[in-house]
Design a binder for this molecule. Structure first.
Ligand code: DGJ
Length: 741
């Protein structure tokens, strides 16, 4: 093992140790808590794990590498599954180069504070080159991806290299024994499911051509009983918006997260010289779910345009008017929104040619001449005159058969055969892989942005892809379509450096780090029902920081669940997000207007903390206890917590702890939220007597200085009683460290 090369990357309390065993295929021998180890120790560790082989088994027991090879005796899923006309299906790769940040790595141990490891391997017989990249970011997040290249001579062009699967494996210690992942549906994304890990694969595959409303978002694996703040946790995520796979694979003595694109039959066939790259596969390690989630948040915050300026309070008109667009009504809504303190106004679906309902118009991206005879510029100007920016809804990947675009270009609709796929919300999918279609849509969007002065796009995607083939050949198109969408967004962003984009797909159907690399917030769900929304925000928040999740106050009767909730509850639940309104506010009475404008003022006052703080949670594992979502300032000088009462509880009170605070500081309490947590005699004094969380000079801020002061150690470790008498109530608690503490 003299030539053993070991690379030790460390950042933010995480170590990744990569060794080249198995004749050269890089193997992650440790991913988890930071190890500070001298060079000989790490080499000894890697060598100590070697086994000699057993009688009747492989002579060289297999060590799972980043891309496990069947040809070396791996009986789990191989990292690369490919063939060339039936041969070359069991490649055995030899290392050609191994570099750290571009510098070739020699024998022994190389240390770095993060960085990128790249390996190039080759199988001369199968004529496949394999590239592996693994980054440890400054946030302590792993990013890994693989690519394959067909290195056969041109005379082999008739027999392409067909790729079935290319997935990267990130190892997790087997003392992590439980997995938490998510399912969902329209109107209720991110429903948690949790169970012990058993031998075999636990796979969550999306074949919907978009990330999916039922997509798991992440797979979190942890030590038994892990929670928001306890246990070691490893989170895996595939950063891709097309078909993809998240798998937890448990084999003999080993456990890993395997992630990659899920390819359709014949989707990737490489001619000589061609290459296929898999998506980035992410891994975050931390103490508790919140520790692991924080790395994703920090990663996204560094990249997103949403970090550039305070999040503007948003009015989206979808649930206010749906398809019923009327210039006067929309201006009236804008005026009332501005009065309340709204700063961004988004015109949703229904504005373009022929779009009176969801059956027609997609593809015809010019304002409807009947409803908007002078175009949208006048409305946008009126919105701006009211002091708000103007945003617009689009669904660029879609086309209605009843549209001029479909009539002019029926050959631009994805299909796997002569028949069109089944409609889905009456729509089909535009083939953006065709340069003509791509250029047409790019020009249309570009024109809208310039002509109207659009600073924000809500980019929707309202159907799953069924039989999505290239129209001429019928071959699968999901992979290329996904990349074409990325290119389209990238080009628009290049042309409009200040444009912000929201990713929406019937709600939270496209939430992943592929789309979030190029968009600035998501629409987590079409359900604004605060009862469900709290969980949707909590769980989507394992990946996405609060300020990148649209969080709207909608009408008292939820459009999705039909449940009725009071305004304080709706506002309190929406508070820790990117706050906004999605409701017909024209008929609000004076009380509701005051409540709403108070919450908007509070949001504007506290949005910096929401957009920079560390997310914490508690209570999510116990249906009878209050649930907590919070953000704590990096220096722990202040924090905000939303506490929601359980649906029904056998108790009248429950202790609630406030995670993340400094134990050696004291905090002054102020509270806002539901006016009624139960009969007054059921409400503990701290909640009854704390002053109202202040707004923007709205008066109640003046009383803030008089709130009770409680030690951080008590708040974080002991907790305070919270009433559980009334279901569906929420409070927002603000804790400000008192000077000198
Ligand atoms: C689905 C989205 O989730 C809604 O917010 C809205 O934009 C509709 N599409 C419009 O068709």
């Amino acid at each position: 093992m003299d030539s053993m090369r070991v690379i030790h990357l460390s950042a933010e309390g995480v170590s990744v140790v990569i060794a080249t065993t198995n004749d050269g295929m890089p193997e992650i021998v440790h991913w988890g808590a930071a190890v500070t180890s001298a060079e000989p120790d790490l080499l000894t560790f890697v060598e100590a794990e070697n086994r000699t082989g057993m009688v009747g088994d492989s002579d060289v027991p297999y060590r799972a590498s980043m891309l496990p090879e069947h040809s070396r005796g791996w009986f789990g899923a191989p990292g690369l599954s490919a063939h060339r006309g039936g041969s070359g299906w069991a490649p055995r790769f030899a290392l050609r180069s191994l570099a750290l940040d571009g510098e070739e790595v020699g024998a022994g141990v190389t240390y770095a504070d993060g960085g990128r490891v790249s390996a190039v391997l080759h199988d001369a017989y199968a004529e496949i080159e394999l590239g592996l990249e693994i980054d440890l970011t400054s946030d302590g997040l792993i990013r890994a991806r693989a690519r394959v290249r067909n290195t056969a001579d041109a005379d082999m062009a008739a027999v392409p290299l067909e790729i079935h699967a290319l997935a990267v494996a990130l190892p997790i210690p087997t003392w992590a024994q439980e997995v938490l992942d998510f399912t969902g549906r329209w109107g209720h994304e991110r429903i948690p499911q949790r169970h012990p890990i058993v031998r075999g694969d636990h796979s969550r595959i999306s074949r919907r051509g978009r990330t999916g409303l039922d997509a798991t978002l992440v797979q979190a694996v942890g030590t038994p009983g892990f929670s928001a703040s306890t246990g070691e946790v490893w989170i895996g995520h595939v950063g891709f918006s097309g078909n993809h796979e998240h798998t937890i694979e448990r084999t003999d003595g080993r456990l890993h997260f395997r992630g990659g694109e899920s390819l359709l039959p014949g989707e990737i066939r490489l001619a000589p010289g061609e290459e296929y790259s898999g998506p980035w596969v992410f891994g975050s390690y931390g103490f508790g779910l919140d520790g692991a989630a924080a790395r994703f948040h920090s990663y996204l915050r560094k990249r997103s345009r949403s970090s550039r300026r305070p999040r503007p309070v948003t009015m989206n008109v979808w649930e206010a008017v749906y398809f019923d667009h009327d210039h006067r009504v929309l201006v009236d809504l804008a005026a009332r929104a501005a009065e309340l303190g709204v700063e961004r106004y988004v015109l949703d679906d229904g504005w373009f040619r022929g779009r009176n309902d969801d059956r027609a118009g997609l593809g015809d991206w010019t304002p409807d001449p009947v409803v908007w005879p002078a175009g949208l510029r006048p409305l946008a100007d009126e919105v701006r005159a009211l002091g708000m920016e103007f945003g617009l809804w689009v669904e660029p990947e879609m086309i209605n058969e009843d549209s001029d675009l479909a009539r002019e270009h029926p050959e631009w609709i994805l299909r796997a055969g002569p028949e069109l796929p089944p409609r889905y919300r009456f729509q089909q999918v535009l083939d953006l892989t065709q340069p003509g279609a791509f250029d047409h849509i790019l020009a249309a969007l570009d024109g809208l942005i310039d002509d109207i002065g659009v600073s924000y796009l809500k980019w929707d995607h309202n159907r799953d892809l069924i039989a999505a083939g290239h129209p001429r050949s019928g071959t699968p198109a999901v992979h290329e379509q996904t990349l074409a969408v990325y290119r389209l967004i990238d080009e628009l962003r290049r042309r409009h450096p200040d444009l912000e984009i929201e990713s929406c797909a019937s709600g939270g159907g496209r939430v992943d780090l592929g789309i979030l690399e190029r968009t600035d917030r998501i629409h987590p769900s079409d359900s604004h029902d605060p009862h469900d929304r709290f969980g949707i925000l909590r769980w989507t928040g394992l990946l996405v920081p609060p300020e990148m999740m649209g969080s709207h106050v909608a009408s008292p009767v939820s459009s999705v669940t039909g449940r009725i909730h009071d305004l304080q509850f709706r506002c309190a639940v929406a508070f820790l997000g990117h706050f906004g309104i999605e409701w017909d506010i024209r008929d609000l009475d004076a009380t509701d207007r005051r409540i709403l404008s108070d919450w908007i003022a509070r949001y504007r006052r506290h949005r910096e903390l929401i957009a920079t703080g560390r997310t914490v949670g508690a209570g999510e594992l116990d249906a009878t206890s209050p649930q907590v979502r919070g953000v704590v300032a990096a220096d722990r000088s202040e924090a905000l917590f939303t506490i929601v009462t359980p649906t029904t509880s056998p108790d009248t009170i429950a202790r609630v702890r406030f995670p993340g605070l400094a134990a050696d500081r004291s905090y002054r309490v102020s509270v806002s939220g539901s006016d009624s947590f139960g009969p007054p005699w059921q409400v503990p004094a701290w909640l009854r007597e704390s002053p109202a969380l202040g707004g923007d000079g709205d008066g109640d801020g003046e009383r803030e200085g008089r709130g009770p002061v409680i030690a951080g150690a008590v708040l974080a470790r002991v907790g305070l009683d919270f009433p559980t008498f009334h279901p569906d109530r929420a409070a927002v608690v603000h804790l400000a460290a008192v000077v000198g503490s």
